[in-house]
Design a binder for this molecule. Structure first.
Ligand code: NAD
Length: 367
């Protein structure tokens, strides 16, 4: 499997032990019980799904942001506008995994009432892997679409340009087909920043055209994004001369811009750009929830949807050893393997986590 950390594995740790330690860290810094549990489950869940860039690697940075006052514990999304089937919520810089989970629960509730709902959420702390929220809605039988942006971050050049104008602005869509749930979830940048980070640490190299230099030449060299950096130590995404490219040429670039407009401008949380007053990144989300039961197509949706995705998956593979996968199946495979074998962590990331735990008096499990 193509894992971001495949070259630099140092430690493997059981998911439950890891989750207990992470929960302990967030309790120790002052999060409430539910909040700490939600953050831990989400982060470990991202590792389990194979998205290590949105997993426990984030813990030391969240702890630091909380210390600096950029992230606030114990927050509930404040209702700014309540239109029944639509809501505008302000997350008040709460821990993203917790406030976004609460916002999704509100969206689910409204969609069950009205058949459809739209929830705009702004000023959320980094909310992690967006597919998690599509899965939360799917567990209640709902389809959902999530446009997301990152205010205070600017990493990606638009199609035809070299200067950074977008965040990695992800999008996720969940379709709850029984027995074969579909979750499409990706950043609109050609590669997630976490993958540039991994490459800069000697991990899996980037595709040669993932980045763009100021003169328009394409690059797979992490220095394009980070500038000069020590072999071991922090990477500063603002320090490099170039940018990550948007995926899919003009189409992906257009989709990235729509994420900025829908999740940043429409929610009034702010579009991509340098961190201004906040000092750290915040996510904005525009989420749409649809209930097939209310639309009266539930049985057909299940039957036609399932027949269709099975037919797609049956397309003759280029390589007979690699059958066509549907969105969400890669993550399901990772989850099965990592629940069985443990979560692999690069040595430096485990050391950072261990140090964070020890500094807060949290017990570190044996790796
Ligand atoms: P990616 O490039 O790994 O693409 C993932 C998507 O492609 C998934 O839907 C997956 O099921 C599907 N997929 C993967 N391999 C496939 C295959 N062989 N056949 C068919 N489908 C396949 O994802 P990414 O762009 O690196 O994003 C990683 C994560 O980062 C996502 O979970 C995203 O939500 C998250 N993210 C979050 C933020 C934030 O601000 N919170 C910002 C950017 C990205």
């Amino acid at each position: 499997m193509d894992t971001e950390t495949s070259v630099t594995i140092g430690t493997t740790i059981g998911a439950t032990a890891l989750e207990t330690m992470i929960r302990g860290i967030f309790l120790a810094i002052g999060c409430v019980e539910d909040e700490a549990a939600t953050i831990a489950t989400h982060l470990v869940g991202s590792n389990l799904a194979g998205h290590d860039s949105h997993g426990v690697v984030r813990v030391p940075r969240y702890v630091e942001w909380h210390k600096l006052g950029y992230l606030r514990a114990g927050q509930q999304p404040e209702v700014v506008t309540d239109g029944g089937a639509f809501l505008l919520l302000d997350a008040q810089q709460g821990f993203g995994q917790s406030v976004t989970k609460q916002a999704v629960a509100l969206g689910i509730g409204r969609a069950k009432q009205h058949g459809a709902s739209v929830v705009a959420l702004r000023n959320s702390g980094h909310c992690g892997r967006i597919g998690t929220y599509a899965e939360q809605a799917m567990a209640e039988g709902l389809l959902s679409i999530h446009f997301v942006n990152v205010a205070g971050s600017v990493l990606v050049a638009p199609f035809g340009g070299v200067d950074r104008r977008f965040s990695t602005a992800p999008i996720a869509i969940g379709v709850p087909l029984e027995g074969r749930p579909i979750v499409l979830d990706f950043a609109t940048s050609l590669v997630a920043e976490g993958k540039v980070l991994v490459a800069s640490n000697g991990g899996k190299p980037l595709p040669a055209d993932a980045l763009i230099e100021p003169d328009g030449s394409l690059s797979g060299d992490p220095h394009t994004l980070y500038g000069d950096y020590p072999q071991v130590g922090p990477r500063i995404p603002g320090a490099g001369p170039g940018a990550i490219r948007a995926f899919g040429d003009h189409k992906g670039s257009g989709l990235a811009m729509m994420c900025e407009l829908l999740a940043g401008a429409f929610t009034a949380g702010g579009c991509a750009g340098p961190a201004k007053t906040r000092g750290c990144i915040t996510n904005g989300l525009l989420s749409i929830y649809l209930s097939p039961a209310h639309f009266g197509t539930e049985a057909e949706f299940q039957r036609m949807g399932r027949e269709y995705v099975d037919w797609v998956a049956a397309s003759r593979p280029i390589d007979p050893a690699s059958p066509v996968l549907l969105p969400g199946e890669t993550e399901a495979r990772y989850r099965a393997a990592r629940l069985r074998d443990g979560v692999p962590l690069p040595a430096d990331i485990w050391e950072d986590l261990r140090r964070t735990a020890v500094s807060l008096g949290v017990t570190v499990p044996a790796a």
